[in-house]
Ligand binder design. Structure first.
Ligand SMILES: C[S@@+](CC[C@H](N)C(=O)[O-])C[C@H]1O[C@@H](n2cnc3c(N)ncnc32)[C@H](O)[C@@H]1O
Length: 265
């Protein structure tokens, strides 16, 4: 099922800007999490849940000019933006629209040198055996995700601790806390790289906080199939909770798992 917020490149760009603008960590998350990843010989790169190419763009700076990118996403709305973004980075790219939660992918075994899933694997953790199969033996898989604790933190500071629409459970399908355990079934080497961050919104920016929250809640609600009308209920509750606050601060910690030596299924 395509999630509505992910089909809108403008909205995604706006969310990226809000996150950057309110982060305490001044470094780009991609720079930190991909630091030291040398991929000069990589020719085939697969981006799972690619969106508009946030992670492919960063990888493009680390692979040779001959590398070709394939971005896969259930949401076709970002296809053009994905290919365009890679073209602007000087790389050829193809977009494939498909649901990654259905088990078997079409490519032959050992088709890719690098596979990345940035902020997406919790939507389709079922794909991991296929990731191991599709990677060449010397290849690398990078899975980027959030901490469940950050999600709890966010809900608590906006007054929704008791009303989680399924966010903690969604991220819990592949989170910083449990990612290594799941990945070690499919890779011999799993190394974790942390990105510590908090988001700070002062009172004058509470509208941006609400926009960000709305995006997050909408994704969690859709995944939980509980309907969008519930957002109205959340909005009333959050606005009442924020009424007396001057500032909202919450953790937004992410990590990448860099995985090598796939165990072929
Ligand atoms: C949080 S976004 C991350 C997008 C991009 N990787 C980034 O970091 O900007 C998650 C992406 O996963 C995609 N997605 C969710 N469920 C999917 C599924 N079952 N199959 C394929 N893609 C899916 C969404 O459409 C969305 O583009």
């Amino acid at each position: 099922m395509a999630l509505r917020p992910f089909g809108d490149p403008e909205l995604l760009g706006r969310m990226s800007r809000i996150i950057r603008q309110h982060s305490t960590n001044a470094r780009d998350v991609r720079e930190v999490l991909l630091e030291g990843l040398a991929l000069p010989d990589a020719r085939q790169v697969l981006d799972l849940g690619c969106g508009f190419g946030f992670w492919s763009e960063a990888l493009a700076r680390r692979v040779s000019g001959a590398a070709r990118f394939v971005g896969v996403d259930v949401c076709a709305g970002t296809a053009e933006a994905y290919v365009e973004r890679l073209r602007a980075a000087g790389r050829e790219a193809q977009f494939v629209c498909r649901d990654l939660s259905s088990a078997v992918l079409d490519w032959p075994s050992a088709s890719f040198d690098v596979i990345i899933a940035g902020y997406s694997l919790y939507f389709f953790p079922e794909v991991l055996p296929e990731v191991a199969r599709l990677l060449v033996p010397a290849g690398v898989f990078v899975g980027v995700t959030h901490t469940q604790q950050s999600c709890r933190d966010l809900l608590a500071v906006v007054g929704l601790a008791e009303d989680d629409p399924g966010l903690v459970e969604l991220i819990g399908r592949f989170s910083v806390e449990n990612g290594a355990r799941e990945l070690e079934r499919w890779f011999v080497q799993v190394q974790r790289v942390d990105y510590e961050n908090s988001l700070v919104f002062s009172r004058g920016h509470f509208d941006e906080l609400w926009d960000y929250l709305c995006f997050v809640l909408e994704v969690a609600l859709a995944t939980g199939r509980r309907g969008f009308e519930q957002l109205l209920y959340y909005e009333t509750k959050v606005r009442a909770h924020l009424a007396d606050l001057q500032e909202v601060v919450f953790r937004k910690d992410d990590a990448a798992f860099v995985c090598r030596s796939p165990r072929w299924p």
